[in-house]
Write a protein that binds this ligand. Sequence first.
Ligand code: NAD
Length: 490
Amino acid sequence: TTEQNVLFTIFGGTGDLAKRKLYPSLYRLYKKGFLKEHFAVIGTARREWTNDYYREIIKETISDLVISEETATEFASHFYYQSHNVNDAEHYVNLKKLAEELDDSYQINGNRLFYLAMSPNFFGTITQQLNQQGLVSTNGFNRLIIEKPFGHDYESASILNEQLREVFDENQIFRIDHYLGKEMVQNISTVRFANNMIESMWNNRYIDNIQITLSESLGVEERGGYYDKSGALRDMVQNHILQIVSLLAMEPPAKLTDIDIRNEKIKALRAVRLFNPEEVKENFVRAQYDVGTNNDSLLNKYQNELNVAEDSQTETFVAGKVLIDTFRWKGVPFYIRTGKRMAEKGTQINVVFKNVPLNLFSEDVEEELPPNVLTIFIQPTEGFSLQLNTKKAGIGLETETFDLKHIHSAETVANSPEAYEKLLFDCLNGDATNFTHWDEVASSWKFVDVIRNEWDQNKTDLTSYPSGSMGPTESDDLLAKDGFSWYWNP
Ligand code: NAD
């Protein structure tokens, strides 16, 4: 472990994300020795806090991780608070002064990491001011981490990107998609490229279809105000789901470097077929949760949620078919679905292999055996399973289907670093593999915009599903039309 010299400036330092994710992750990096003596953190937000109060908050956020009061105090002593309104140029002058003092006293040598943990509306202003007021250092690295959402369509994303690019180069911008920090998302490339048995079959000759499900059992909870303007397509498909698609679909990179991997992901996303309005209707369904039950508790409908319009047409569920026009994937549908208030919380990928040509185990040779299915469990369960057909013990040749399964133990899951810890670590090392490149964001928005535009014009096709179910029947029909069905059916 080598210590990193770095000054963090966290915009939105009093916010939920900073408290729940960033401070505990910084502490874990500290405990492992990646942060030691030569680091400091400036937390900034509108509230008037003192350094002492800020440090008390920091200690609270790490209270279930610390070994001793002493270490907690020592860690928290690296934190400084500066009250700041991001729209006020004057405040950046104070911020600069503090940054220079800390750089000096902690001997940081100019390495700066700016974390924008606040509303994207402010990203443009903040980066411009960082530049104009001279907060960007001239002798070390300057890196910018930004949170989602990156725009709400291609155009707004482009504008935002141009603003950022006036100050930071593409290789200094780290766009967070926290799914890319998840253990099992990172495992996709290992399981593909470290196993000839899998990689040699990873194409349209052997794979029938691929299914990706990101389901949540909760509703919008307190996020109604934000969510009602966004919807599942923008909130989940544009980023997390298309990122998973690109990792599954990309060609093997020449090397496991950020440049090579992201180039392959970009190529895969560019090959995703853009639909015309007619194809959107055929290939995508949207729905909103209605009343329902889960575990005997009665659940209300989306339109009755806090801060949601009574006549809201926002989708809380999306299912769709993604087609990738490459030699490898021609003819293999990638079915995706995501929603709130579904029967079970979970993210999983099911790779459904083609059947054997003939069923020797049935009187009717045309009768389909259950397919081989490779499942990658992403969360909350982490692991793999492979569905196989075998002989049932006993007389005769009856077949039986079972799963070869490897699920990470609760201990492994508990001890594996949290997504934000891994992403912060990568950024400190200048490794952008698990951050989204602008070209990936651009292609994803172009795909999503076509669907969004069609939906905005045809308000009639929004359907509903009972809370606590796996979505509307239209989602099942989407696969049934092609002779398939959802493999995961809790
Ligand atoms: P939050 O509302 O809890 O925090 C916002 C922060 O911004 C606060 O510290 C507030 O003081 C500060 N702020 C607001 N206006 C300001 C101004 N004019 N000047 C200075 N400071 C100002 O939000 P959050 O949940 O922490 O989310 C922050 C960002 O992270 C958002 O972009 C959000 O979309 C993204 N995000 C959050 C989560 C999460 O789990 N909370 C997950 C994914 C993405």
